[in-house]
Design a protein around this ligand. Structure first.
Ligand SMILES: *Cc1c(COP(=O)(O)O)cnc(C)c1O
Length: 378
């Protein structure tokens, strides 16, 4: 363990505290922020929001992008546009950040937890198919859960730490069962599955630009979709449903103030310009870690097959809980920040009454995965 701490200090060229992930501002951030302030357009409208939406759509290969105030709101709106309603059910993975389940809950819908794959740490198409075949039936083109008699309206897989899950296979299953696919791509900007950008397989995809993500706007999120009507609705719902007019205030439905301020977009436009550099640095870091942990006979988590990961958060896999805990204790006491993967969602107070399938793989990973320092080295 001492060797690991010393090596990470060498990689980051410091003996001071090493955080898990910190942002890098090495480009036009200050220039664009200044421009933003000088123009007085710091708030809800401005050129940077428009530029960001265009650049982001282009980068991910989706037709439309709508910026939001954070990733959770992007997920919330995506689920509403996937027509998830109160008392519906939404299939997701138990191994995810709380925001996925919060967004489902805001609508009054309930998560149903299906297991992950060991190699991707994301929703398993095989478990999904088994769950649907064993528990559900199609009635009037709706997927009905036979146990609860509720409609399973949507499925939200997540690309854990930037490693793509088997999203094309998941999409095919969802299509067969008439379940809307919404991707939680909060962690996977710059990650591809079979050559296609994550977040663009589903009806809608949600990304996050929180301070710890691969690029940041301080706080922020974005929705991507290829559907023009949904994109227009996303804009409308995130901007208080105001009907465009020169001076009148008319709103045509109850909606949300979920827009991204121009000042946050200014920061993000500058961050986007360096995304390729960040991605390259993260792949290099993954190679360095892979070789180093091999010399210690420790398991470093590599990108799954048929995918290209952004390696947002680097991870190692322990043989058991005890070793994991010893490592967490030692590294955090010695100035190197490390963190266990999330506690499973179905173990949290709010979600422990939700239906679960066999969650063997999720439990296995919960006890063994640890994230190690992953900041871009520039
Ligand atoms: C970061 C993240 C989100 C969104 O988080 P915000 O802080 O609201 O931007 C959603 N899901 C996952 C899996 C995340 O990691």
């Amino acid at each position: 363990m001492q060797k690991v701490v010393e090596y990470i200090q060498k990689i980051y060229n410091t003996t001071e505290f090493i955080p898990l992930h910190e942002p890098r501002f090495i480009g036009n951030e200050k220039a664009y922020l200044n421009q933003c302030i000088d123009s007085t357009f710091v708030s809800s409208v401005g050129q940077y929001v428009d530029t960001l939406e265009q650049e982001f759509a282009k980068y991910t290969g989706s037709k439309y992008a709508v910026a939001t105030v954070n990733g959770t709101s992007a997920l919330h709106i995506s689920l509403l546009l996937a027509e998830v309603k109160q008392d519906d059910e939404v299939i997701t993975q138990p191994l995810t950040f709380i925001a996925t389940c919060n967004a489902i809950s805001y609508i009054g819908a309930k998560p149903v937890f299906v297991d992950v794959d060991l190699d991707t740490m994301g929703l398993s198409p095989k478990s999904l198919k088994n769950f649907l075949e064993n528990n559900c039936k199609l009635i009037n083109q709706q997927c009905i859960n036979k146990t609860t008699n509720k409609v399973i309206r949507a499925c939200v897989p997540m690309h854990t730490f930037g490693h793509p899950c088997k999203i094309a296979e998941i999409k095919e299953i969802c299509d067969n069962w008439n379940i809307a696919l919404v991707e939680d791509a909060a962690e996977s900007l710059g990650s591809y599955y079979k050559g296609r950008h994550t977040g663009t397989f589903g009806k809608l995809g949600a990304f996050s630009f929180n301070g710890n993500k691969i690029i940041t706007s301080g706080g922020g999120g974005i929705i991507v979709t290829d559907d023009e009507v949904l994109a227009r609705k996303a804009k409308h719902l995130t901007t208080t449903a105001k009907v465009p007019h020169l001076y009148e205030y008319v709103h045509d439905e109850i909606a949300y103030n979920y827009r991204m301020p121009n000042i946050n977009a200014a920061l993000l436009v500058a961050q986007m310009e360096n995304l390729e550099k960040f991605l390259q640095s993260k792949r290099e870091l993954a190679d360095i870690y892979k070789d180093f942990f091999a010399t210690l006979q420790m398991k470093f988590v590599m990108e799954p097959i048929e995918s290209c990961s952004n390696y947002w958060l680097q991870a190692i896999l322990f043989d058991n809980l005890e070793q994991r805990n010893q490592f967490l204790e030692y590294t955090n006491k010695n100035g190197v920040m490390t963190r266990p993967i999330w506690k499973l969602m179905n173990e949290l107070e709010m979600f422990k009454y939700c239906q679960t399938e066999n969650l063997e793989n999720a439990k296995y990973l919960e006890d063994r995965i640890v994230n190690i320092p992953s900041s871009v080295r520039i």
